[in-house]
Design a protein around this ligand. Structure first.
Ligand code: GUN
Length: 293
């Protein structure tokens, strides 16, 4: 089995971006500036956003973290979004999800200026992605494609099974893998899929984005398959110093011996999500939409 090292690839991408930042500085051009809004105290969200801020620093980007109380109203939050929309210093920004239940995530996403929507969540970007127009790709699917491309993993004609149909991972991933240039035959499986084990076992490329620890077991994996594990689940681990640890959606220990490539958790897809976000922020700063196929 070959391990797909997300930490290593993310580091390479950040170094490439740092080089670009230096070139821009030498030319007297603007330095990329990413802003992140976080609402409330969800520890996982805080950890993700802190990672994004740290990665910006490593690549020489500017970053701004806007921390808001979980008592903020939807209209106040949308006001904050509009301030970032109209701030010429900010190239791109994200609103970390999930939001508190009294706030409609769709309404907030709709308020983001599409040219600054470096998460690629606005319907304008999502629609452009579906049509193969220049756009910001959602960061996690983007990171997964970079992982495949930079490891020269063949996708053309392969059967890709994506498990999980979220707006930010499963659905866009299924669309992108089916597009020209990637050329997979795609099955988008979910909680109502019949014979899920058999469907998964027919995958040459399996993307697990379900959010259930160790859901994909070795019987569900075809020998030689490529396994991309998007899950980040915290489970109790009384023996570990913290009392808990992170595991993916794939039963790594038993699946790894069976497959050709696999991403670990942590250190697999997670760091690439951040890298994808940063590539989008650089594009936003350069004032260009990248075309991705
Ligand atoms: N929550 C989980 N993943 C993401 C992400 O990529 N972007 C944002 N904004 N929120 C998330």
């Amino acid at each position: 089995v070959n391990l797909l090292d997300g930490n290593l690839l993310a580091k390479t991408i950040k170094q490439e971006l740092a080089t670009k930042v230096e070139q821009r500085k030498a030319l007297g051009l603007k330095i990329p500036h990413l802003a992140a809004i976080i609402v409330g105290h969800n520890p996982a969200s805080k950890a993700y956003v802190n990672n994004k801020v740290k990665s910006c620093h490593e690549a020489g980007f500017k970053s701004s973290l806007i921390e808001l109380s979980d008592t903020i109203s939807q209209s106040e939050l949308i006001h904050e979004v509009r301030l970032l929309n109209s701030d010429p210093e900010i190239d791109g920004f994200i609103v970390q999800l999930p939001l508190p239940s009294h706030i409609d995530e769709q309404e907030v996403t709709l308020a983001i200026e599409p040219m600054k929507d470096v998460d690629g969540f606005h319907p304008s970007n999502f629609g452009r992605m579906c049509l193969g127009l220049p756009c910001y790709l959602p960061a996690t699917p983007f990171g997964i494609l970079e992982m495949l491309r930079r490891n020269s993993i063949e996708t053309s004609g392969k059967h890709a099974v994506v498990v999980g149909r979220s707006n930010i991972v499963g659905t866009p991933m299924s669309i992108l893998l089916s597009r020209k240039g990637w050329d997979c035959t795609v099955t988008l499986a979910h909680s109502k899929t019949k014979n899920l084990s058999e469907v998964c076992a027919s995958a040459d490329i399996l993307v697990a984005a379900i959010g259930i620890p160790n859901f994909i077991t070795s019987e569900m994996v075809k020998p030689g398959a490529v396994i991309l594990d998007v899950g980040i689940n915290r489970i109790d681990a009384p023996d570990s110093p913290k009392g808990s640890r992170l595991v993916g959606d794939v039963d790594f220990k038993n699946v790894a011996p069976k497959c050709s490539w696999i991403t670990p958790v942590p250190g697999g897809i997670g760091p690439l999500t951040v890298a994808g976000l940063m590539i989008n922020t650089m594009s936003a700063c350069e004032g260009i939409f990248h075309k991705h196929d």
